[in-house]
Write a protein that binds this ligand. Structure first.
Ligand SMILES: [Zn+2]
Length: 119
């Protein structure tokens, strides 16, 4: 049994008699990262009294993926030796900084094209 199948079994066990369409669930999870799937599942099991719909579940996997992306980015920035918390200081007196191209390439690209706004 792979991770997706065992996640479906956990979901089915948590909400007995509320869950069918095993094949539809499994195919809706196709391509989903194991970590996103199992963490989303744990979140539902902890927080939801009823079984979520496939659409509700998928919506939460999107949020979970964003959370993981932000956490990964923070780890990369923490480990980066080119910057201060993701920013490179251009002028310390005037406190002019730019996003770090090593650990925040997306922000750096936006900054380069003039679209960046510090948030
Ligand atoms: Zn950096």
């Amino acid at each position: 049994m792979d991770i997706h199948e065992s996640c479906f079994e956990r979901l089915a066990a948590a909400y007995p008699d509320q869950l069918d369409h095993r094949g539809v669930w499994l195919s809706s999870w196709a391509g989903l990262e194991n970590s996103v799937l199992s963490r989303t599942l744990s979140w539902f099991l902890k927080n939801w009294a009823r079984c979520p719909t496939i659409a509700e579940f998928n919506e939460e996997t999107t949020r979970e993926r964003d959370r993981q992306k932000i956490a990964n980015r923070r780890e990369i920035t923490d480990a980066c030796s080119n910057c201060e918390s993701g920013f490179v200081i251009l002028d310390a007196d005037k406190w002019i900084v730019r996003p770090c191209d090593a650990c925040r390439p997306e922000q750096y690209d936006r900054w380069q094209t003039g679209k960046y706004r510090a948030s």
